[in-house]
Design a protein. Structure first.
Length: 186
């Protein structure tokens, strides 16, 4: 009996007074509660959870709806230009020349040259821009037009120190207007 008494005395005087002993007791209690709950709950249904796989792939698109791939099989629609209005290429060319400006040009003159070729949102974004910060001097090649829809076009213009990317939208009254300007250094 003395061995049992010593074991109990060690348990209550040393082991349970340390952090490690308390952590072990808490862990034993938690696992005991979980085990008892599993015994009381009974057997689980094997059809629940991930064990019941579908017999065919799950589709989220109607298989008869056509091609849903990333690459389009048909050509993008041609941009629509009203009779007598500027084409996207003409608008992009005029905008690029105005954007490049001239040496010593005042900011007000520069913005006035861009205003008739820009959407109101882009005009507002360019209101505080210094024309001296434009990182190029001249257009070095023809524009590359990428039609996205009938009313949205992306134009890439090669410049002497990079490439100017313009997104143009067809406005009802004003023809094609530049909505986004992006500079790609090469």
């Amino acid at each position: 009996m003395t061995a049992m008494r010593r074991a109990l005395e060690f348990l209550f005087t040393r082991a349970l007074r340390s952090r490690l002993g308390v952590a072990v007791v808490i862990a034993v209690l938690i696992f005991g509660v979980i085990g008892a709950a599993r015994l009381v709950s009974g057997p689980s249904d094997p059809a629940d959870g991930l064990s019941n796989r579908p017999d065919r792939p799950i589709t989220t698109v109607d298989p008869t709806a056509g091609d849903d791939g990333v690459r389009a099989t048909e050509a993008p629609p041609s941009p629509v230009t009203a009779a007598g209005a500027r084409t996207p290429e003409q608008t992009a060319d005029r905008f690029a020349k105005a954007w490049l400006g001239r040496p010593g040009m005042a900011a007000e003159q520069w913005q006035a040259g861009l205003r008739p070729l820009s959407t109101p949102a882009l005009t507002e974004k360019l209101s505080g821009v210094d024309p001296g910060a434009v990182p190029a001097q001249e257009v070095t090649g023809p524009p590359e037009v990428r039609a996205r829809t009938q009313t949205f076009v992306e134009v890439l213009l090669p410049l002497d120190s990079g490439r100017l990317r313009l997104e143009l939208v067809a406005a009802a009254d004003d023809g094609w207007l530049v909505d986004v300007v992006d500079w790609e250094r090469q």
